[in-house]
Design a protein around this ligand. Sequence first.
Ligand code: URA
Length: 430
Amino acid sequence: MRMVDIIEKKREGLELSENEIKFMIDGYTNNQIPDYQVSALLMAIYFKGMTNEEAAYLTKAMLYSGDIIDLSMIDGVKVDKHSTGGVGDKTTLVLGPLVASMGAKLAKLSGRGLGHTGGTLDKLESIEGFNISLSEEKFLKQVNEINIAVAGQTKKLVPADKLLYALRDVTATVPSIPLIASSIMSKKLASGADVISLDVKIGDGAFMKTIEDARELSKIMVSIGESLGKKVNAFITSMDQPLGFAVGNRLEVKEVIDTLEGHGPSDLEELCVEIAGYMVKDAKIVSTVEEGKKLALEHLNNGKALAKFYEFIEAQGGHIDDLDHFIQVDEVFEYKANKSGYIQSIKALNIGLASMKIGGGRETKDDHIDPSVGIVLNKKIGDYVEEGDVLARVFLNSELTDNVLNDLNTAFTITDDIQEKTPIIKEIIN
Ligand code: URA
């Protein structure tokens, strides 16, 4: 087999076979096929696309390039979730303890945040003592004992994705939907769960900008998962504005606790309850999604989900001694409305960037994060505000710069016309 023939075939829009795709992935990860040939193939895929079968073959070849976590030591149905990344997205921290309290087993490998989007590991590590480096033995034991563990991904998980992603980044081929789908699904499948929920965000703060692209990505990912024997649901959700009110690691953990106490932001609660309903139904804990959602709401209101959260934090060495002093900042700046009217938009991208610039996120991989800083919105799209009302509170340990102020000024649009509240869940694909 020759790589040049594979490139030519895809250039002509023909379908690649499983062997051809495996040849390319194996050859690339073993340093036998050079970057320039793989770059050419990636560009051909970008323009000609892939069938669902090709995307599944690609995912499978990438999946077998590294370790696959064996969760067979854990009793029962294992569940997992993935978000394509957003601003204020603390869903895992609510959903994980919630479904664990209902009897599902969540064995999750998470990542860090970069740029305007946050990462679950950063939020967890903002809790004093929390350890994300668990041995495989401890990870499996913890899931068996308390139904939940969250750890960092190892370097051995899908090495082909790391190589391919780096190449896509410098060849302008990241936005190819089949390449995104196989990148995400190879990592999810390597993590070993039986039931996978995918939160595909759309909006200015998200990877996918349109419902059409989000739908196509969701359908390919569901099809890849099912062809490899998994139950997959994709939730297309809004990132037209940050999820919930809080953006910034400890501020988000605080909002997670509020939500687990049954008084969190309505969009965050609705999203978590919906995904939980599907997860526990697919894990065969209840027989319908509606029953699952009802049980999820009960667990948010009867303290069971909250108790599971603290049990999980403690099992991984974390502790929050005094919630009133959890957020430590020098200053809270009140950002106010410059006119009266209805909030038309709160650009998630700008809020994410502003939070990153004050130290709440990373601009480059090695940047240090200040766990306490961030932004808490006081209003959401559709709310009416009077001139001078507080739109957001900025939690700072440094001077507020004009650059950050500019991000806030461009984030909010206020208009005279009544604005509809945007639904959090746009579509569910399964
Ligand atoms: N997230 C991933 O893991 N991979 C992509 O290609 C895009 C987003």
